[in-house]
Design a protein around this ligand. Structure first.
Ligand code: SF4
Ligand code: SF4
Length: 114
């Protein structure tokens, strides 16, 4: 069975385009959306992402919506399909940012099969 995991040096979900994440609008508060806008750089990437290493520089203090394990519990789909939902979200983000045949996608697919 495939189980969800976050891979190192990905950061695909740290690039925000709220126009492409309609389902998130339903879940986030106005305060969260304001914070996301403040966190987003002109290039769309989160200002707290170290783009050299693709690592979060505020990992232990990152906002609640960055904590995938906790945040996923706010989505109905998570209760229906569990890790399948998380895997689908990661694949969508990775595909949008790096492409379906990217190194990051291959790494992700390998990791979830372990
Ligand atoms: S898209 Fe998935 S694998 Fe990539 S950083 Fe986000 S949670 Fe991790
Ligand atoms: S705070 Fe960290 S985990 Fe959240 S989007 Fe920014 S870099 Fe990514």
């Amino acid at each position: 069975m495939k189980s969800w995991t976050c891979i190192e040096k990905c950061g695909a979900c740290c690039k925000f385009d709220l126009n492409n994440r309609e389902n998130i609008y339903k879940i986030l508060s106005k305060k969260d959306i304001k914070l996301i806008k403040e966190m987003t750089g002109k290039d769309g990437w989160c200002k707290y992402l170290d783009k050299k290493d693709m690592k979060c520089t505020i990992y232990s203090e990152r906002p609640h919506f960055c904590m995938v394990n906790k945040f996923s519990k706010k989505f109905k789909e998570y209760y229906k399909t569990g890790d399948e939902f998380l895997i689908k979200c990661c694949k969508q983000h990775i595909s949008e940012i790096y492409g379906k045949k990217s190194m990051q996608m291959n790494k992700f697919k390998n990791e979830i099969m372990k």
